[in-house]
Design a protein around this ligand. Structure first.
Ligand code: PHE
Length: 460
């Protein structure tokens, strides 16, 4: 195994470092902001009745997401290795056990499983760039956009092709390494996406049923909330913030000493949440104005936005830009999903970055066909939660990420000594105490309770 202990005892990362604090914040934001915000948040909020779900999601982001994110970054920076090796190293260093590495391994596996279906949906966005540009949605009716998506779902060949293309793009960037690959991809995407969402918001305020949309998103109806949807809200908080699987830990390993972890986390959490809420504010007014169903499922964004944009002057152009930006957002998230596995292969098996990216990416690509087929030839081959896609989604978001987050919080809060964490978080103060309380008590207990009741209900 390679060592990353420099002569002066300071650890450095083998994969290079971020060129600035801004670069780190951008990279983590790029990982956080993705399909989770714009594709997933609206549809799971829609399936779970809106308001009450959104409230639980926001509570989870603040009380669990933020402290877990800080824990992940501080663990990553202290270990400066891939998540598996970092957990092993710190486990021993803090006088516990090297078996903490299995938490890292759980994350590597979660990343691989998530990317296998994430890439398929990212492929949909690539397809929708082409469809938009060719004017398919200009003046299309609700029936047209629904039929367009249904036809695409049945097109196994095309979906396989775009999934392959997206995995190729991901492998390409990851193979190039931290500075050259990741940073540049993120720099313009996040601001551009934000701008585009604001333009769309303007449209939905004037042309959608804005009041009905707001009502749906923000008026909590707790009768619609089951333990299952609470778990889904918590899973969504983990997924959208990219936490619980080592992606942020891997990024933290490349973070310079002097950067404030608290400040960086707060920025990322705020940006990510803002984009998700913005997406909801754009989409639900359009759903209600066009007679679509809020619980339409994973196709929601691919129906509402082309429909709305198709009615706008210059719609084909805006729609093309929107799906390009969404593809970029998915791309920068995919990099975070694959990075723990790639960094692990590089360090543990002495592989080159290129080789590792191809090996891990190739495995994910193959697995992805399970999700491609979930929309067509295996559509009726359902078990447990539904199709292969549904099961992967449930297993990763609702079980693996919360479990990973639970272990990470317990590790940072209970296993690591006060001095170590205080040193990483810039000294003891009220903010430090708040973090420590959240990591030791609120996050672990919260995650445990939700997992416990949700699993009890699923199996009852
Ligand atoms: N946060 C990303 C999104 O919202 C998905 C993701 C999860 C990325 C975990 C990296 C790690 O789309």
């Amino acid at each position: 195994m390679l060592s990353n202990q420099a002569g002066d005892g300071k650890r450095t990362s083998l994969h290079g470092h971020w060129s600035s604090k801004m670069a780190f914040v951008l990279a983590v934001t790029g990982s956080a902001v993705g399909l989770g915000n714009i594709w997933k948040f609206p549809y799971v909020a829609g399936e779970n009745g809106g308001g009450a779900f959104v409230l639980v999601y926001l509570a989870c982001v603040v009380a669990i997401g933020m402290p877990v994110m800080m824990s992940e970054i501080l663990i990553g920076r202290r270990g400066r290795r891939n998540p598996v090796a970092t957990m092993e190293l710190l486990g021993q260093e803090e006088g516990s056990s090297k078996h903490w590495r299995y938490v890292g391994l759980l994350g590597v596996i979660a990343g691989i499983l998530i990317l296998s279906y994430y890439s398929v949906i990212a492929g949909w966005t690539l397809t929708y760039i082409v469809k938009s540009a060719s004017g398919v949605f200009v003046n299309a009716s609700t029936v047209d956009v629904v039929a367009e998506l249904d036809a695409f779902k049945m097109n196994t060949g095309q979906m396989s092709l775009v999934h392959t293309l997206f995995m190729g793009l991901t492998i390409f960037v990851v193979a190039r390494g931290v500075e050259r690959g990741l940073e540049q991809a993120v720099k313009f995407m996040v601001p551009a996406l934000l701008l585009m969402m604001l333009v769309l918001l303007g449209y939905s305020i004037t042309s959608g049923s804005f009041g009905a949309g707001i009502d749906f998103l923000f008026t909590p109806d707790f009768s619609k909330l089951s333990w299952g949807s609470v778990l889904e809200a918590m899973g969504q908080a983990f997924f959208t913030l990219s936490i619980g699987m080592g992606a942020i830990m891997a990024y933290g390993a490349y973070l310079p000493e002097e950067t404030s972890i608290m400040g960086a986390s707060a920025t990322v959490v705020a940006a990510d949440t803002a984009i998700a809420i913005l997406a909801g504010l754009v989409i639900f007014p359009l759903v209600f104005a066009n007679g679509l169903q809020p619980d339409a499922g994973p196709g929601l964004v691919f129906q509402t936005l082309p429909l709305a944009l198709g009615q706008m002057p210059g719609g084909a152009f805006f729609s093309t830009i929107f799906f390009i930006l969404l593809s970029f957002a998915a791309w920068t998230s995919a990099i975070g999903l694959i990075e723990p596995g790639v960094a692990w292969l590089v360090e543990h098996f002495n592989r080159s970055r290129q080789q590792s990216a191809i090996i891990v990416g190739g495995a994910i690509w193959l697995l992805g066909f399970g999700s491609v087929f979930s929309w067509n030839i295996w559509r009726d081959a359902t078990f447990f939660q539904g199709t292969v896609f549904d099961n992967l989604d449930f297993l990763t978001n609702q079980l693996m990420l919360p479990l990973g987050g639970l272990f990470i919080a317990v590790f940072a809060g209970w296993v690591m000594c006060r001095n170590s964490t205080a040193e990483e978080l810039g000294g003891a103060g009220p903010a430090y105490s708040a973090w420590r309380f959240a990591a030791r008590v609120i996050a672990p207990i919260g995650i445990f309770i939700v997992l416990f009741f949700a699993i009890k209900n699923v199996t009852a």
